[in-house]
Design a protein around this ligand. Structure first.
Ligand code: M6R
Length: 609
């Protein structure tokens, strides 16, 4: 989703803004713009398309001299991608300029009001309302105007603002859209995410809802909505700067696929002590765990798919009923949330608008515990959940998640085993065996990664496919959902995932001569049932790619191509089977010439509803 960078200091602002925006490219965008104060005026440059268009237009920023500026990459919500709709947006006399992430929900009402007061709008965006509203309230005190605007606008926002008659200052404010602030040797910087500032500082301040920041060259001050100064602690970012770089790989996605053994180890190992699972950060006693009567797993996209897997694992091991909900549905469906319910919100970014809203909905109900499984430290979901379990995947840049997904699965396995033990459903010895299987996963993932050329060759045959189906039963159905999403989001090939038993209820009519059906068969107890489903699609002309456990060689008679995964406990097969599916999707997309790291229309962090 949109990216913000702002700088005020001793250096030229525009090159710093361009560099920071480049680090935020992964968030997804369709146009970009810069505003820089040149000592007399605020000058703006915008361009539709990739950042390099803006970079060329501004000669790497040289055409916009000045030491204070704000920059933006826009992911269109209100109004087409265009130079006019791109940010920054000015007030009428170009003395106030604004960049914005989020959505101003009451912008139409405010726009009408401002029009009756003589304001003219040039863009179709909701953001322009903020620029004119600031103008309307501005009487010489930026803070006063900002507070008044905050009181009028509804929705979500992270704003970077420059006032021409306060050239030594830059302002930032947020509500429900992420924003960070940092101080570096030569100035102060704002950004919507950490990678944009890492080159300049590792100590960042996470801005909370309705906090206002005034940045100067040498100083950063924080205020609440009553304009009272507040003190904030900075957070040290421990990532290696290279973690947010491609490190020799052609794409972030390929790099992140290859980082999965490490990400899984990093998430797993600190929570295994003396052969037992210790999840210190959970802060729940065995009695409290035993009192859980129901779990809701609530998330979006791939994070939701980990929830589908978790349902099988929790119900199977800990015997706790689990419902899995899409956050966008959960937040509006008035779910039954009573005492004894645990709501688990899963999110890589920790900023997904629907997941955050679902968390807040759950927290309204007394007796409900909210646990966040989150990758980004200090993100909104991590801060607002009652308990947080971090996945230690490191920064994930590619829009299509791979290593964060894998670590979310690990978090669920650990929780399920621990809950099962606390509830007396699993003996020490049984838990010990499961833990040993978990510890083998990183090495098994490495084995699958070492075999990627074979999958690459197979993928090359499907570059021109019109549609591809994924089928499975039980946990294999959960893997199918993820395999299908991965493929369609980066290769733009239409794809669907089905519970294999559902085929006969409609879907099988779509199977034609040569249609690729990827069949997952990792659950031994469902193996024979799956063979019947494979025969059904083959009879109708499908070409069947089977993904199954090593040793199931008889599948070679029933399918057209086989990928074997190492043996593990049936509850953990998703962690292995997903690897060839990620590799397959990646190479199909590459074969088609798609921009795998930044697929069209998508954003890494979906901070609007
Ligand atoms: O940051 P989150 O985990 O909350 O994001 C959820 C989804 O937007 C995300 O998983 C999305 O579906 C990915 N593009 C999938 O690869």
């Amino acid at each position: 989703m949109c990216g913000i960078v702002g700088y005020i200091g001793n250096e030229q602002a525009a090159p710093i803004l361009l560099d920071g925006l480049e680090k935020l490219e992964y968030r997804g965008y369709d146009s970009a713009g810069l505003a820089v104060y040149d000592g007399t005026d605020i000058r703006v440059m915008k361009a539709t398309g990739r950042l390099k268009v803006l970079s060329e237009l501004s000669h790497g920023g040289a055409m916009l001299p000045g030491c204070a500026g704000i920059g933006h990459t826009r992911w269109a919500t209100h109004g087409m991608p265009s130079d006019t709709n791109a940010h920054p947006h000015f007030n009428k006399d170009e003395s106030i300029v604004v960049v914005h992430n989020g959505i101003i929900e009451n912008y139409l009402k405010l726009k009408k009001l401002l029009e009756t007061r003589g304001y003219q709008f040039v863009s179709q965006t909701d953001t322009e309302v903020v620029a004119h509203l600031l103008d309307y309230y501005y009487q010489g005190d930026p803070m006063e105007a900002i507070v008044k605007v905050m009181q009028r606008v509804e929705g979500s926002y992270a704003l970077g603002i420059l006032f021409k008659d306060h050239p030594e200052e830059m302002y930032a404010v947020r509500k429900d859209s992420p924003l960070i602030v940092g101080k570096c040797a030569h100035g102060s910087i704002i950004a919507s995410d950490v990678p944009a500032v890492l080159k300049y500082t590792r100590d960042v301040f996470f801005i909370q809802n309705e906090e206002i920041v005034r940045l100067e060259k040498e100083n950063i001050a924080f205020f609440n909505i009553d304009k009272e100064e507040i003190q904030k602690e900075s957070t040290r970012i421990e990532w290696d700067v290279n973690a947010a770089e491609k490190g020799g790989y052609e794409h972030f996605m390929l790099k992140e696929i290859n980082e999965q053994p490490k990400a899984v180890r990093d998430t797993l190992n600190p929570r295994i002590k003396d052969g037992r699972i210790v999840i210190e950060e959970l802060g729940m006693t065995p009695e409290e765990v035993a009192a859980i009567r129901k779990i809701y797993v609530v998330a979006c996209g791939s994070a939701y798919h980990t929830g589908v897997t978790a349902k099988y694992v929790f119900e199977g091991l800990a015997r706790i009923p689990v419902e899995v909900d899409l956050a966008s549905e959960f937040r509006y469906r008035n779910p039954i949330l009573d005492e004894g319910t645990m709501v688990i919100i899963v999110s890589q970014s920790g900023e997904t608008a629907d997941s955050l809203a679902a968390l807040r909905e759950a927290k309204k109900h007394p007796g409900v515990r909210v646990l966040g499984i989150v990758n980004v430290v200090g993100s909104s979901i991590a801060r607002e959940a009652d308990h947080v379990m971090y996945t230690w995947a490191g920064p994930e840049i590619a829009v299509a998640t791979t290593k964060a997904y894998s670590t979310q699965l690990i978090a669920f396995y650990l929780l399920a085993i621990r809950f099962a033990q606390d509830r007396g459903k699993l003996s020490e010895a049984e838990a010990g065996n499961l833990i040993k299987e978990l510890q083998r996963l990183p090495e098994q993932i490495e084995m699958l990664l070492a075999n990627k050329e074979r999958i690459q060759r197979f993928a090359n045959r499907y570059v021109a496919a019109r549609e591809i189906f994924f089928i499975g039963r039980g946990i294999d159905y959960a893997i199918s959902l993820e395999g299908s999403l991965k493929l369609k989001e980066i290769s733009y090939i239409h794809s669907e995932a089905y519970a294999a038993g559902e085929l006969k209820h409609g879907t099988i009519s779509l199977i034609e001569e040569g249609t690729l059906v990827t069949a997952l068969l990792t659950q031994e107890d469902l193996y024979k049932k799956m063979i019947s489903n494979i025969v059904e699609v083959q009879t109708r002309g499908a070409f069947v790619l089977a993904v199954t456990n090593v040793g199931n060689t008889e599948i070679e008679k029933a399918s057209d191509y086989v990928i074997y995964i190492p043996k593990t406990n049936p509850y953990f097969t998703n962690s292995l089977a997903v690897i060839p599916l990620q590799i397959f999707s990646y190479y199909v997309a590459i074969g088609k010439g798609c921009d795998v790291d930044k697929p069209r229309n998508l954003a890494k962090s979906v901070t609007v509803e």
